[in-house]
Every structure is written in C-alpha cells, then in structure tokens.
Design a binder for this molecule. Structure first.
Ligand code: HEM
Length: 154
C-alpha cells in the first residue's frame, strides 16, 4: 500500500514537472512569440513561469522525498537497479539546472519586466528557453528510464 502510494505521488510529480516543461517549450512560448510583441509576451511568460515554478519546487521536493523512501523500501541505493542510479543522477542535474534558471535568468527576466527593459528581458527569456529545453530532454529520458528501465535486459 505504502509502495503504491509513493509510486503514485512520484509519478504524478514527474508528470507535473516534465509535462509543464513540454507545454512551455512546444506550445506556449512559440504561440506567444508568434502572436505577441515583447511588451505583452514577456510579462505573460514571466507570470506563467512564476506560477509554474511554485509547482516545480513542490514536484522536485516530492520526487526526492518519495524517491529516497522508495529506495529505502527496496533495501539500499547499492541494491537498486541501474535505472534508479541513472534516474537519481539525471534528477540531481535537472534540479541543479532548475536552480540555475530560477536564480539567474528568471530573476533577470523579472527585473527586466518590472523595468520594462524588453531587449534585456528577451535575452533572459532566450537563456531560459535553452535551459528548459535541456531539462525537458533530460526529463523525458528520466521518465522513460524510470518507467521502462526495469524491463530492459541490463
Ligand atoms: C526528474 C526526476 C524524476 C523523474 C522524472 C522520475 C520518474 C520516475 C518514473 C516515471 C518512475 C516509474 C514509476 C512506475 O511506473 O513504477 C520512477 C520510479 C522510481 N524512482 Fe524516479 N524519477 C525522478 C527522480 C527520482 C529520484 C530523485 C529518486 C531517488 C532519490 C527516484 C527514485 C525512484 C525509484 C526508487 C523508483 C522505483 C523504481 C522501481 O521500482 O523499479 N526517482 N521514477
């Protein structure tokens, strides 16, 4: 019962984080770039990310808490499969990249939007877009490895 609950919370947290990045990257930002000028686009994207990043922080916390708990139920980190080792490694990198986005370009974007400095805001948004793309690719790999890894003959 506990194992099932932890897996559910773990997977839902992954869906929120990775799915949110997929929407941002594949649809929201390109649509905003096609339809809106920087004075409308940048405050919109900044507002979307300010809200989404609260959920990302909750998702990261839950992923690590449930993940470590699952490992302890399995026995130990050493006994866990290769897919769990890879998942943890990528999750740590992803969390560090998120911390970088939050601490540097997102902060710059918020300051640029507040000061209505659109070129600066555009530069910050370009950095965020690249870093979110990297995290999206890593996140998709992690979901595939987390869900399918145990069935691979390795
Ligand atoms: C980006 C971060 C992560 C994503 C996207 C992710 C995704 C997943 C997914 C999709 C599953 C499969 C659930 C299922 O269908 O059974 C899973 C399982 C699991 N995850 Fe993660 N995970 C992440 C981070 C972590 C972290 C940080 C840890 C540990 C500290 C962890 C430990 C585990 C464990 C132990 C399992 C169960 C594996 C098994 O029973 O074979 N994960 N994860």
């Amino acid at each position: 019962m506990l194992f099932a609950l932890l897996i559910m919370v773990h997977t839902l947290s992954a869906v929120v984080w990775v799915g949110g990045m997929f929407l941002m990257h594949s649809s929201l930002r390109p649509a905003a770039a096609a339809l809106l000028e920087p004075p409308q686009r940048l405050p919109l994207l900044c507002g979307v990310m300010a809200r989404f990043f609260i959920w990302v922080k909750i998702a990261i916390t839950l992923l690590f808490v449930t993940g470590i708990w699952l490992i302890s139920l399995h026995g130990s980190f050493g006994k866990a499969g290769w897919h769990v080792h890879l998942m943890v490694l990528i999750a740590v990198i992803m969390a560090a990249i998120f911390g970088m986005i939050y601490g540097v370009p997102f902060k710059q974007l918020k300051a640029a939007v507040a000061a209505k400095e659109w070129p600066k805001g555009g530069e910050a948004m370009a950095s965020i877009r690249k870093l979110i793309f990297v995290n999206l690719v890593l996140g998709l790999i992690t979901v595939a490895v987390g869900a399918g890894g145990r069935y691979l003959p390795m």
